[in-house]
Design a protein around this ligand. Sequence first.
Ligand code: PFF
Length: 455
Amino acid sequence: MAKNDRVHFGSKLGVILASAGSAVGLGNIWRFPYETGNHGGAAFILIYLVCVLILGIPIMISEFLIGRRSRANTAGAYQKLAPGTHWRWVGRMGVLVGFLILGYYSVVAGWTLEFIGESATNSFAGKSAADFIASFNGFVGHPWRPVAWLIVFLMATHFIIVKGVEKGIEKSAKIMMPLLFILLIILAVCSISLPGANAGIEFLLKPDFSKVDGNVFLGAMGQAFFSLSLGMGCLCTYASYFRSDTNLPRTAFNVATIDTLVAILAGFIIFPAAFAVGIQPDAGPSLLFITLPNVFQQAFGNLPWLAVVLSLMFYLLLAVAALTSTISLHEVVTAYLHEEFKLSRSKAATLVTAGCIFLGTLCSLSLGIGKECTIFGMTLFDLFDFITAKLMMPIGGFFIAIFTGWYLDKKIVWEEISNNGTLKVSVYRLLIFILRYIAPIGIALIFINELGFLK
Ligand code: PFF
């Protein structure tokens, strides 16, 4: 596609919102709390914050500059900037990762739709924590309900990708994102004021470094990559639609800040409530879905209409946050098939959607009737999550850092980061230093540490 044919994001706010829309999603509100719970709380959060700062932001800036400079899908981007080299495999791996994530992410996105229905019918009323756990397990184990919701969710994503109504999404995101933020603050306040919530607050704020091992580092790094949509060309694809005056470092900083605030707020909703009602913080992927109904039930038990309104709003906004992320995942694969294989956009999108329905169905069933079938001790759902977030995304990030830090002509890097010298970028040298040394060595050390070589 010729450079000028490609669409661009309309406004500065549109750029930030689209990228933040990709970043903010189930990763912050669903995955961050359960990874924090699995890895012992505050110490994990501290390591996570360090990962966002020294790996996340620099690698996000790199993806932005690769995408905007090349104005191509993620695989095409490397072909343009490094023709005839093996770098294109970094882009291709990203496309594969996007496809795999979309498969299992849609399963959880589908759950949010079930919970919209439950909220609307006030079915949280009068239930105990044990009831919520039982009914969630019943739902996830149901042979077709979660599959039906995942198909609905993927079809909605498909429709938006094909009809190109991103503009509508961009507009609604301007209202929805701030609304989601306000609602999260309200829920955090409710959760913190539940009797017995203190233990949860302590869990979030008092680091216990004695429990930190290689696994915690790998988990925190994986969560940073997953939550910021990094290491697989998603933000690179989005940046290919950025305007030439978009300030890349500032956009990366803003997106990372918004994303991190949402994750921390989610932590302040989940843990005080989980400790207050006696749900184990390491309950895993079910944590959000079994904890949150307790907040609605306990905080607003006397005002059922308020419980209905707030829970309905919450799950709706969560579904929208998930949708802006599934759109970005779908776009990575669709743009690749469309531009590299010359398929029409709608054919490309149909292939992606059909493939993801297949993968998603397998992942969903692996939590229910297929629970006994495990690979390396993990269900298919957990395996996909592990391979993508904890392995492939950081590996992608490693190569992206090397590509920008070492391979790419420094003139190109400077031109993109400073918008042809029109921006003053005081952290430029630091950024290059991080991309050359700190990020690749840091990622490698975390892998080596996880394998146990440093013990
Ligand atoms: N960052 C998204 C979230 O936190 O929910 C998930 C995601 C979206 C990962 C897009 C990767 C991606 F390309």
